[in-house]
Design a binder for this molecule. Structure first.
Ligand code: BGC
Length: 747
């Protein structure tokens, strides 16, 4: 009842201009909070898990009693509008003050229509496509009751051993920022009170991608210069884009837990960046603050709320220990009030106080989820994310004729097309590559199939790798033999190999990032047949492909392309679509090169890069410094010629011509180098790019503007500065093949 009175007053003021509207919103929250007890306020800070998303179980009675006693601000990990709607009704109709619930989920690259993994999405360099995928994700998730999405994941990563590299946009802060903004625009739209938009949550704050040794959850020790110039920019971009919420991370940062770091949350996020939105911890992070030695068990919640975080995911320590902490003077009531206000504000921003059931429209489930229109977009976007790493003698695209041997453990595994965050979909509905290829050729070519091998020889390692999406096991010698029999009958061999879906993502670090043993052995045998081999590489991270790049004529990296991956791969290998993806993360030559990334600093004894070992230079005795495939690299079925790069004033321009025989999309990249600065700057940094589509023979001029904001950097005081002086301006098709000009900048 009280709630309704407040809402009437509140709606009456809707016509007011936004500034006074804000005041009205704040007055509404003041009024509501004035009626809440301390325990009810603490309840708003509690975010329990609603069930097990994989098994579909729901903590029904447990959640019901939390709701009825006002000990919950929201929940996550329940799928389905029926149950979500029931719980929302319970909260609004029977919970104290009728406060609606936040309903969270990890809709990271699609809900039921699954798009490629975020690392792949970034390789499209197509922010419009990423925004579109986020829009569709929001439509589907909101149709099923979700109002809060734990995405985008914007962690920069320079270490492909870390499995969660799959969830982010690669190694570059500029591209990572472009993508972060696109995700947020797609999820939140212009208006979060709309019933098909939801609140985004940028994560994981911060430096999670720099986990030592690439081992998940591991500690990070990093200079402020490194943080501000490379790891924090995508978070800052997300805040400037208006993201509604942020999630802290699991790792230590220079000895402080990220979740309880007052410097990170209060100083950088809230004070310097003026973020006033909701901050949630990661899953069970609060007690881990104690486990990691940053507070006593008694004080884990105290230091976390003091740092400026608002909601406690899963642990229950905020709701269960902060009242006592207040009484013993460890925290102030204002800290609880501030956190509670930010949770209520998030609900208000979503329009939940006006209409708590806006995400409970069962009609939408039938029409808005996994529909043909969404799947067509997913298929189109997937084709943009594949990266053609090698294509000797134009082996690809394949003709739809003769006999094609499709071999490998990923060839007929429809359940492994989606990659890490796809627990919400029904993978029984996804075609395998074999099915999609058969449908595409429709009898004009014969597709011969053999599984060929397991993922790993060792069953235990395979089990560790496999997670929840099984691929049947057989005897490797028999499987290899069968594959060779099939290969013997074929004109060309397509090997669908690499990682299975659960080998990347959370808690999926690898020390050896080659294609696993039995698969690599089979590849060698297939190459030894003398027939042409195309490697379709499934992976959630850069792999070391030294042998493959020397011996296999064509390599198409298809990552994990989502629910429509089979069809999208068929479109590309048979030439209906021309690949245009370019790497957003460096592919090393050997694990020993890691970390290897394009925007590195200069060493004191630079390597002359003549391919020869140079004593007293910064190089290795046994291998070159150069990565196998550099950042920004990717081929096409056509070729592009860059004319001479020219500069006029602040404008850099270049003509690009499609010199091949088919239409193609090129991603032209601009890098800069600040030759002399207050702190040494990288040898190159991406600052702009353009995607252009050209018909055969067509030429287009592209222009980049050099503006002071792209020349700046964070100095040793973490101030953003821009020095007068000489800059190198580099333009080209990837981070290696660049034309360089000099540019003098005067303040
Ligand atoms: C992950 C987060 C995720 C959360 C909720 C954690 O384990 O680190 O990325 O949002 O679980 O599912």
């Amino acid at each position: 009842m009280k709630r309704l009175t407040i809402i009437t007053l509140f709606s009456a003021s809707l016509a007011l201009v936004s500034c006074s509207q804000k005041t009205a919103d704040e007055r509404f929250i003041d009024n509501l909070m004035s009626q809440m007890t301390l325990n009810e306020k603490l309840g708003q800070l509690n975010l329990p898990v609603g069930g097990d998303i994989v098994s579909g179980t729901v903590k029904g009675t447990e959640l019901d009693s939390l709701i009825l006693s006002g000990k919950i601000g929201g929940f996550f990990n329940i799928k389905g509008v029926e149950e979500i709607s029931r719980l929302q009704h319970l909260a609004v109709e029977q919970g104290p003050h009728g406060i609606p619930l936040l309903v969270g989920a990890d809709v990271v690259h699609g809900y039921e229509t699954i798009f490629p993994i975020p690392l792949a999405l970034s390789c499209s360099w197509d922010s419009t496509a990423v925004e579109q995928m986020a829009r569709i994700s929001a439509i589907e998730a909101t149709a099923d009751g979700v109002n809060w999405n734990y995405s985008p994941m914007v962690d920069i990563c320079r270490d492909p051993r870390w499995g969660r590299i799959a969830e982010g946009s690669g190694e570059d802060p500029y591209l990572g920022s472009v993508m972060a903004r696109a995700y947020i625009r797609g999820y939140q739209g212009d208006d979060m009170t709309n019933d098909s938009t939801l609140m985004a949550c940028v994560k994981h704050f911060a430096l999670y991608g720099a986990a030592e040794g690439g081992r998940d959850y591991n500690a990070v020790d990093m200079s402020r210069e490194n943080m501000f110039n490379y790891y924090l920019p995508p978070f800052h971009a997300a805040i400037k884009q208006g993201v509604g919420s942020l999630m802290t991370s699991f790792n230590l940062i220079n000895g402080q837990h990220a979740t309880s770091s007052g410097w990170l949350v209060n100083d950088v996020l809230r004070s310097d960046w003026a973020f006033n939105g909701l901050v949630v911890t990661d899953y069970g992070s609060v007690p881990e603050v104690a486990t990691m030695g940053c507070a006593s068990e008694n004080d884990a919640a105290v230091v976390t709320i003091k740092a400026g975080t608002d909601m406690d995911m899963v642990s229950g320590l905020f709701v269960n220990t902060l009242e006592d902490a207040l009484h013993r003077g460890a925290i102030t009531e204002k800290m609880i009030d501030d956190a509670c206000r930010r949770v209520l504000r998030a609900k208000q921003q979503l329009g939940l106080f006006d209409n708590p059931y806006k995400y409970c429209n069962r009609e939408r489930v039938k029409n808005d989820i996994f529909n043909t229109a969404h799947r067509e977009v997913a298929q189109q976007i997937a084709t943009e994310t594949f990266v053609l790493l090698k294509n000797q003698d134009e082996l690809l695209p394949l003709k739809q004729k003769g006999k094609i041997a499709l071999i490998g453990p990923l060839a007929d595994a429809g359940n492994n097309m989606c990659g890490c965050w796809s627990m919400l979909c029904n993978d029984q509905l996804h075609k395998s590559l074999l099915q999609a290829m058969q449908e595409t050729v429709d009898g004009s070519a014969e597709i011969l199939y053999a599984q060929g091998c397991n993922i790993y020889y060792d069953e235990t390692v395979q089990q560790n790798a496999m997670g929840l999406r099984p691929i049947g096991r057989g005897d490797d010698s028999r499987l290899h033999r069968e594959a060779l029999e099939v290969a013997a009958k074929a004109d060309v061999i397509v090997a669908a190999m690499g990682e299975c879906a659960d080998m990347s993502g959370e808690s999926a670090s690898r020390a050896d990032i080659t294609i696993p043993d039995t698969q690599r052995d089979l590849l060698r045998k297939l190459v030894a047949t003398g027939k042409s081999v195309v490697l379709l590489l499934f992976t959630g991270r850069p792999l070391v492909l030294d042998w493959e790049s020397d011996h296999i004529p064509a390599i198409l990296n298809v990552w994990f392309g989502g629910s429509e991956a089979g069809e999208a791969i068929a479109d590309v290998i048979f030439g209906k679509k021309n690949p245009s993806g370019k790497l957003t993360v460096t592919f090393p030559r050997a694990v020993g090169q890691i970390p290897v990334y394009y925007n590195h600093l200069m060493s004191s004894h630079p390597d002359p890069q003549d391919g020869v070992f140079n004593r007293y230079c910064s190089n290795y005795i046994d291998i070159s410094n150069e990565p196998l495939y550099p950042f920004g690299y990717g081929l096409s079925y056509t070729t592009f010629k860059y004319g001479a790069v020219e500069m006029e004033g602040n404008e850099v321009c270049v003509n690009i011509t499609n010199t091949g025989t088919v239409e193609g999309t090129e991603i032209a990249q601009l890098y800069i180098r600040d030759k002399v600065a207050q702190i040494a700057r990288p040898v190159k940094e991406l600052k702009a790019y353009q995607r252009i589509t050209l018909k055969p023979g067509e030429t287009q001029q592209i222009t980049f503007s050099i503006t002071p904001d792209i020349l700046g950097y964070y100095n040793a005081n973490s101030d953003y500065v821009c020095d007068s002086g000489i800059f190198e301006i580099m333009v080209g098709p990837d981070s290696r093949m660049l034309q360089t000009l000099e540019y003098v900048f005067n303040q």
